[in-house]
Design a protein around this ligand. Structure first.
Ligand SMILES: *Cc1c(COP(=O)(O)O)cnc(C)c1O
Length: 404
């Protein structure tokens, strides 16, 4: 046996953890999916009552502690319906953090409104001075994207918006299970929107949820989501509001179908466990990276209880893009691929790539953050050995570039 082979037997190389796979679908979904396939009952409004989508809405509303939940085809659809349900006039200015996913300003454009991008600081949170200035400049709604699950100062945001009577929509696509001052994220603004796209805490491939306590907003959203004719009778409560809006609103057909609900429902009872494991995994890796002078993980705000399934960190003292790229390459060689938002071409989270908006503002704080913020998926199912593998790789990569 060659010395190489002996070394391999003594020290087996641990494979890099797979962080890309989505959450597996619970076995319990199968029987219901088989039943739906056998009956062909896939449309949410066919059954007189008890359709899987309607049950999911009731269960989600109960989990969130809100009066109304509407299941839709994606979080982007929920954001669009939220803007339409608020009856914003064409051309209305809507504040959006400049650190978000391209689909968020796109939903604003889709609703015929104008996104106003707000600076985000190196703590990955909304810059409140810029927010207040742009709010005072005639904004008619604020769409607060809790990007990568990072919660901005919701007390400050709500106080500023309430003072001017400006409604807040929460994009909680990536914040299911996060709390602010004990309250569930998505229930603080007038409307909360969630995603069940595969890379979120609950995986249905695609899907979204719209929640609110406001009966008029709920009724408008239900009709516009595609409850044509009298299908709204299959949504509990709200009957007077529905009569008011019947035939007065366009039907955008953004409904969820029963198969998606069958995939989502058995995952609802798993949310709290996934949140606890995700948070423990995140905090473990964050503490290990904190030992390096070259990386900083933004801490949670005092009132924030996070539910992370990914980790973001700032590269510190990396003066050039070349150095940051060398770090990425060094981590890659160790089996861990780190995205730096601003360094990859055509990144959908880098605001300068949102050319569909026309003239883009210069946002130096957000740009500086994006050029040095590393992004890493950290799904709840990872084990301690996986987490150490990732932390070891990042620490060694940073040391290789900065300490030589
Ligand atoms: C994923 C995501 C979206 C889009 O969700 P879809 O369901 O894919 O439309 C919007 N905002 C944030 C913060 C997201 O993470």
């Amino acid at each position: 046996m060659s010395t190489d082979a002996v070394a391999k037997r003594i020290q087996p190389v641990r494979p890099a953890p797979n962080v890309y796979d989505a959450e597996p679908i619970p076995e319990a979904a199968r029987a219901e999916i088989d039943r739906l396939l056998a009956s062909g009952d896939l449309f949410r409004y066919t059954a007189p009552e008890g359709a899987p989508v309607a049950r999911l809405e009731a269960e989600f509303a109960e989990y969130m502690g809100v009066r109304y939940a509407l299941a839709v085809s994606s979080c982007s659809a929920a954001l669009f319906l939220a803007l339409r349900a608020l009856d914003l006039q064409p051309g209305a200015k809507v504040l959006v953090p400049a650190f978000t996913f391209a689909a968020v300003p796109s939903a604003v454009v889709h609703a015929n409104c104008v996104p106003v991008l707000v600076e985000v600081g190196e703590d990955l949170r909304i810059d409140m001075a810029d927010f207040r200035a742009k709010l005072a400049d005639g904004a008619q709604a604020a769409l607060i994207s809790h990007m990568r699950g990072h919660t901005s100062d919701m007390d400050a945001i709500m106080a500023a918006c309430d003072a001017l009577g400006v409604p807040v929509i929460e994009d909680a696509a990536h914040s299911l299970g996060t709390r602010w001052d004990g309250r569930k994220i998505g229930t603080i603004g007038k409307i909360g929107c969630f995603s069940f796209q595969s890379y979120k805490l609950v995986n249905a491939g695609e899907g979204g949820m719209f929640i609110t306590d406001d009966p008029e907003i709920a009724a408008r959203a239900v009709i516009m989501s595609g409850a044509y004719e009298h299908n709204w009778k299959k949504h509990p409560g709200l009957q007077n509001s529905f009569h008011l809006w019947q035939n007065k609103l366009p039907l955008y057909n953004m409904r969820m179908q029963n198969l998606s609900a069958a995939v989502i429902r058995p995952q609802i009872p798993l949310i709290e466990d996934r949140v606890a494991s995700g948070r423990a995994n995140h905090d473990y890796v964050a503490a290990r990276l904190g030992a390096s002078p070259w990386m900083a993980v933004p801490p949670a705000l005092a009132k924030e209880e996070r539910a992370p399934d990914s980790l973001q960190f700032l590269l510190r003292g990396f003066d050039s893009d070349e150095e940051a790229r060398a770090f990425q390459a060094a981590a890659d060689r160790r089996g861990v691929s780190v995205q730096v938002f601003g360094l990859s071409r055509d990144n959908a989270r880098a605001f300068w790539n949102w050319q569909f908006l026309g003239d883009l503002p210069e946002l130096p704080k957000t740009r500086a953050m994006l050029m040095r913020a590393g992004d890493l998926r950290l799904p709840a199912r990872l084990k301690r050995g996986d987490l150490d593998f990732i932390a070891d790789a990042l620490l060694a990569a940073a040391a290789e570039v900065k300490d030589g």
